[in-house]
Design a protein around this ligand. Sequence first.
Ligand code: HEM
Length: 506
Amino acid sequence: MLGLADIATWAFSSSWSGPLFVGLVTLLITWYFLSNRSLPPGPIRFPLIGSVWWFALLSFRKSRLPVALFNEWKRYGDVVHMSVGNINMVFLNGHDAIHEAFVTRADDFSDRPEWVFKVPYKGLIFESGAAWKNMRKFTFQALRDFGVGKASLEEIILKEVDSATDYLSSTIGEPTSLRDMTSMMVTNVIYHIIFGKRLEFHSQEMLDVLDNMGRVLLEGAPIDVVRLVPKSVLKLVGNKQRKPDGYFDKSATWIFSHINGHIEEHRKTYDGNHIRDFIDLYLKKEMEDSNTDSSGNEAIQLSTLLSTILDLFIAGSDTTSNSLNWCILYLQEYPEVQRKSREEIHEKFGDRAITWSDRGTLPYTEATLLEIQRLGNIAEMSIPHVAKQEVTFRGYRLPANTIVQANLLSSHLDPRYWENPTAFCPERHIENGELKKNPAFTPFSLGPRMCLGETLARMELFLSFTNLLQRFSFRREADHVTHAFDCKDGFLIRAPTPYKTRAIRD
Ligand code: HEM
């Protein structure tokens, strides 16, 4: 095989080929710089490999992408450009740039990329254009119909809080990991909305659902841009996070057939006068669509429904359960904050269960929850968006199909919006005894693509956090064992490293 040295020797071995070679290299370099003109700043990129070396270095240092981007903020600014092969990507740092792209320029930045790697399904999260709008409208309405923001869903969530109470009561004083408990609570809420029933904690069906969902999530679903970096390069730098081929597919297939089984069962027992859940609503719409002479634009394909159900589990389970995991960790590590929150709850409500309509009446406790969400940064980055056409953003040229992702963590640590941003300080969310809004608080992202389950998640967090805190205090595994607020695994979802806690009834 010819090496670089052989090519150079050949190039300079005759009188005309030397200048020709130099000309070609000059042409290549000129083309490279011209094609890069007006792009936003970013780490130096090389022809063909672009910024792969930067991602590889990141992986080698075991550093998380949003943190690395945050640390490089001063050097590269609010808009950072990188590329892998011919794929351009731009990361947005800080609230102002994120707001400008996702809200002010929503028309330019609300689509999702057509993935260059295999996507086994395409539901609400991955759709763009009319199909996405249609599915988002239907799902939003369905969540409302099933009580999101209303008392009927509150009952379902409080039932899960009661099951968690039973579980915690069986562990009193014992150092216990509560990860499974929080997962079962939030999985059951979505399960109830979609399939009209809940699963017993620790039942085989529940364990299978959690296991397969966990695998799908661990592989990061196909939404992590680091997946664009060739596997061989990641292997070279010791990245062990990527699982073997088929790891994702096997679990996704299990989940699809589980959902399919429920849909089939619903078809057999469907009664238009008694709509039980999300699937029944879909069946109703399917029948209405087939009875109309419409152009068919409004019909939602069964495959889109299947994928959207999976999306709701993916987007709604680990995010919410790990937010609760951060809550318990912060409470045990900040006992004084925990004490003040419990005091506020007990003074106001005694033993009576706290309901959704009570929100706004517990400023310190609610501020604590907001502060945990801000520093927990459960969704460090938005899901990737795309600029379908070439656009100019803040004076920079973004070529067509540039992937655009918001670094939400940077918004939560943005010094222009938060004083002493890394300090844990619930009081920053309170003014004159009431909760104060900060526009840079954006755990659910911004604009038309922002989290569809925001209200559901806020209900789950408020009701679980306040009611569990009313019933228990949470202490460290042992008084002298502190636990860092760090995260080692997982893409996009920032879960705390495993820890144990002691629940105390006092
Ligand atoms: C604390 C909990 C949660 C957090 C922090 C969170 C955060 C997010 C974020 C950051 C996005 C990406 C938005 C973007 O791309 O700009 C998102 C999207 C989404 N979330 Fe959530 N989420 C949570 C819970 C939920 C729940 C409970 C559900 C529903 C069951 C849900 C459903 C969705 C869906 C369907 C999308 C995609 C929306 C679209 O593409 O139009 N999320 N979420």
